[in-house]
Design a binder for this molecule. Sequence first.
Ligand code: KG4
Ligand code: ZN
Length: 338
Amino acid sequence: MNLNILAIESSCDETSVAIVRNGKEVLSNIVASQIDIHKEYGGVVPEIASRHHIEIIMQVINEALATANMDMGNIDAICVTQGPGLVGSLLVGVTVAKTLAYVYEKKLIAAHHIAGHIYSANIDADIKYPSLALVVSGGHTELVLLKDELNFEIIGQTQDDAVGEAYDKVARQLDLEYPGGPKLDSLAKIGKDSYNLPRAMIDSKNYNFSFSGMKSAIINLIHNKNQRGEVIVKEDLARSFQTAVMDILEHKTKSALEDYGISQLIVSGGVAGNSELRSRMINLANNLDIDLLIPKMKYCSDNAAMIGAVGYYYYKHNLFADPLTLNAKSSISLEKIK
Ligand code: KG4
Ligand code: ZN
């Protein structure tokens, strides 16, 4: 039997709806980004984000159905991101999903956003358990052990800023437009690793991260150079920052893979689009002779296809939500899904 899931993702500044068959076949994946709206404020403004989700969500749903050549009659279940994320943004997706499930009498699934990022790797490949996921996005930096389907253990996480957040904040110091991550990545390619930056917690005996000190170090460095009338070579600073971040991510990921004896690595989330992260992880996987799953770029940043991909497993394990009582949650545990 085919299982067609209509998936909705609205946790931050992307309104996205996808139709995914059997967790694998992406029949449509419409992403309406609000980047142009938030750009002038230098970051996401939650109130504006939720208002924009409301304005556009029905249009995105209709487009996703039309692209898949379907109507609600072809849909078996509605899956929506319940959290974590901006509560106002989440509420829009959750309210629409509850209403559709109730009116059309469909099963309702409340998915975890990070589980979605991880299962985006399962769209064009197969997750094999146990697996290790490095989730790197604007809101999250986590090393997650996948023991079995939907069975997650967070073995390491950031103690302060997420890696994408650090990229965006540093990019702002370099006068790069929001979201600065991809622009900083491009700038780093033409620079030299010539500034000495800290690698916080790299020697700690755990898999946790800390990136806020790196941002402060860069602000201080720029300030000191400015005071002395010295020029900052932006591309060199970008390269030095990227090298320091990647040294940390690579070191912690390698230790976790070795310590847990894992033979498959998943790298997902918006920062998985980073050129250096991709090449470092390819080398790491080659050196350790393990499998590497990095989703296609379109499945790395926030999108509903990943929510449909993970929704399939919620369905398989009978994990359904109640259309009358489901609520959005700005923070929600990844470890208590099953
Ligand atoms: O997963 P995502 O789309 O949204 C969240 O759930 O946070 O990730 C967005 C984050 C932003 O901080 C953006 O700057 C960062 O991912 N990002 C990058 C790159 N592409 C996106 N950071 C570094 N290098 C990139 N190439
Ligand atoms: Zn995300």
